[in-house]
Design a protein around this ligand. Structure first.
Ligand code: NAD
Ligand code: GLY
Length: 396
């Protein structure tokens, strides 16, 4: 396999309260194969003998062997357990099966778990790690773009239930995150786009430089050429720019999470962890009304971002030229699916059950301007403005 010398980046998430700090290693030198074992070895105790990889059949077929070998080369005994692929399996029943496997393997509190896969595997494996023997170490090895830039960092773990999406879970920080960019070579285009919508979310919340960096990347490396870019002459530049973009995302998320690890309910400032839910009010509602089947999570967030940006502008916050720029960059990722037969009333009804809802109301995460979030109580926004904005943004 071709080895591209892209500088590795290590980003550290440090907490001064609840949890320990950890490293996020990002690079393209076949980290999975060459580095993972030593990365984990350096972050466990001398008592750690065994590692259980939790993955799914698709990802394990692609990357399981490399992962296992790398861990074995570092002296671990390695077992693996595969969950079924898909959001609908991110639930209690699957978690119980995973826990039964860990127990049958006699995994002890000195041992560890490696989550190898996208956000679904990462959330479920992280949750199993949080509750097995009251919590054991785990490592995130994210293999989707969305998991690399978002879900693998920050310690939110959990599963879906009859009460709603992600409502059962725990904050449980990983011991480390290893991001091997080469895994994105095999990711389907729609999954890549889903990750890029979340990148635009981070960039719009963070600052103008990060936003310009994202805009520039999408212009220079359109998504339709993503796979070829790994192989082209320009591959080194592509990998280097991709690595910088993912590092910027991870650094931004790490900074927000470090400042507000548990998403303090009373915090409503522009640096609180709540801002990472930008786009999620309408996004979650859309996932719900389409039974979690029609849209990828990142696509639903993409629609939610368009709606939240429009509300921001209609409320006199985000200026029109910034709204236009935001929409242009978001849509340069690629076309969002067509929302056929979804009614505005259904979407609005679904907000009431959004998990961020408090007893009487909930907060919208909006943009004051590009680079600055505003958290606004739903009761402060006229109903008609919300309706008109969503209709305009989603073209429904
Ligand atoms: P996913 O985990 O379902 O992965 C998408 C698809 O890509 C799956 O079919 C998977 O098998 C496949 N896949 C994974 N890696 C691949 C690769 N390298 N090559 C080919 N195929 C590959 O979806 P996702 O978008 O990664 O994650 C979505 C989940 O993440 C949702 O459940 C969402 O709630 C959660 N999430 C959690 C957080 C958090 O902070 N914990 C943040 C954002 C999203
Ligand atoms: N994805 C939102 C968060 O991690 O807080």
């Amino acid at each position: 396999m071709r080895v591209v010398k892209t500088t590795e980046a290590t980003i550290n998430v440090s907490f001064n309260q609840v949890s320990d700090s950890y490293d996020i290693l990002i690079g393209a030198e076949n980290l999975l194969e060459n580095t993972l074992g030593e990365f984990c070895r350096a972050r466990v105790s001398s008592q750690t003998k065994k590692i259980c990889i939790i993955s799914n059949p698709k990802v394990f077929r692609l990357y399981g062997e490399k992962t296992q070998k790398s861990l074995e080369n570092a002296g671990f005994t390695v077992a693996h357990w595969l969950m079924k692929d898909g959001e609908r399996y991110k639930n209690f029943a699957t978690t119980e099966k995973a826990l039964a496997f860990l127990s049958a393997q006699n995994l002890t509190r000195d041992d560890a778990i490696v989550a190898l896969g996208g956000g679904v595997v990462g959330d479920l494996a992280g949750f199993a790690s949080a509750i097995y023997l009251r919590g054991i170490r785990f490592f995130q090895v994210p293999t989707t773009l969305l998991a690399q830039i978002d879900s693998s960092v920050g310690g939110k773990t959990g599963v879906n239930s009859d009460f709603g999406k992600n409502l059962i879970g725990a904050f449980h920080q990983p011991r480390g995150v290893l991001i091997d960019l080469e895994t994105l070579k095999t990711l389907p285009r729609r999954e890549l786009a889903a990750g890029f919508y979340e990148i635009v979310k981070h960039a719009a919340l963070a600052d103008r430089n990060f936003f310009a960096q994202t805009q520039g990347f999408l212009q220079k490396f359109p998504l339709q050429n993503f796979k070829q870019n790994f192989a082209r002459r320009s591959g080194e530049e592509f990998l280097s720019e991709l690595q910088k973009l993912i590092s910027a995302n991870v650094a931004f998320k790490a900074q927000i999470v470090a400042g507000d690890e548990r998403e303090t309910t009373v915090r409503n400032d522009s640096n609180s962890r709540k801002i990472l839910n930008f786009g999620h009010t309408v996004g979650h509602a859309l996932e719900k009304v389409t039974n979690y089947k029609m849209l990828k999570h990142g696509e639903a967030v993409g629609f939610g971002l368009l709606a939240a940006a429009q509300i921001s502008n209609s409320l006199g916050k985000l200026p029109k030229h910034e709204l236009d720029l935001f929409n242009e960059v978001l849509l340069s990722v690629g076309k969002l699916p067509v929302l056929a037969k979804i009614s505005l009333d259904e979407i609005i009804a679904a907000f009431a059950h959004d998990k961020k809802a408090s007893v009487n109301s909930f907060k919208w995460i909006l943009l004051e301007k590009l680079g600055r979030a505003a958290i606004v109580d739903d009761r402060e926004i006229p109903r008609q403005l919300v309706r008109d904005s969503i209709r305009t943004a989603l073209k429904i």
